[in-house]
Write a protein that binds this ligand. Sequence first.
Ligand SMILES: [Cu+2]
Length: 132
Amino acid sequence: MRKSMAALLVVMVGFFLAASADAKTLETVKKVGENTVTVTLEKDPPATGDNAVTVAVNDSKGKAVTTAKVAIDYGMPAMMGMPAMKYKAATALNGYAYTGVLNFSMPGAWYVNVKVEGVGKTETVKLNVDVR
Ligand SMILES: [Cu+2]
């Protein structure tokens, strides 16, 4: 019994490692003041539709900052025959990082501005992503 449980565990860990090796995420790390902000989009390249986003804020010692407020503005500037698109995404603290969902309604160049408040000066991490 114990042996088969151990074998099952080995198989499960194997599957997990294989899955995480395949998963491509898009990570951006920026130093903002004393803190380091790591923004991770679940897909690389990001895809149209829902994309989970995780924002980790760590202090100068690497400790997770869990008292921040993280809000995201994202969109596309106006294009020929199309007005600018602007969206907002709230995030919630989930363990040691803030998580939210971005919904890209079309492929193309999008901006994603991650605003971190409540840890000294408000800081914004700006990224540009190419949605496929
Ligand atoms: Cu557009």
